[in-house]
Design a protein around this ligand. Sequence first.
Ligand code: GRF
Length: 204
Amino acid sequence: MKKPIAVLISGSGSNLQALIDACAKPGYPAKIVLVISSKDDAYGLKRAEAAHIPAQAIRYKDYPDRDAFDAALHAAILASGAEVVCLAGFMRILTAGFVEKWQGRMLNIHPSLLPLFKGTDTHKAALLAGIKIHGCTVHYVTPEMDSGPIIAQAAVRVMPGDTPQMLAARVLEAEHLIYPLALARVIAPESPQAAVSATMVIGI
Ligand code: GRF
């Protein structure tokens, strides 16, 4: 039985694509039943459409406040039958009430080795700090942003002369590797898809 999941995006959706590709492989323990975008022009919506996955935009500006927006998200996810939620570049801060409803069943991918560099502009911050190893983290979502229990991390080298864009591209490749791995680890820890397959991936 494949676990039904919902993926929430706001932009390009390259992590969504990594999850779509993983779900298409035989034996992968999840199936994407819904994609929600907070922006109606997100390229990720086209990726969902191409993969024949139900997708919809739920825009913050169509709701009076954050509680109403999050209630709309919650209703759409429940209606889809999804049991796990993956945030993949979803650029809205969720209310504590929403997070608590999905706690233990909602994952996020963040482009740094948490707890370093929470928030945005992580690649610029990493370069300014002068660190030599950077990376990405898949973690459970808790009400405090970028602070939930870590599920998996992947490390990449910071190269001399890197710009934030160059570093972001290297980290993004690692993101695409660990998000499907971390999701499999959460929903089917015994499955072969949950096994660590890369030396630079570190996880529970
Ligand atoms: C990724 O870097 C992810 O870590 C961050 O937002 C970006 C989304 O990229 N949360 P994409 O839309 O998956 O291409």
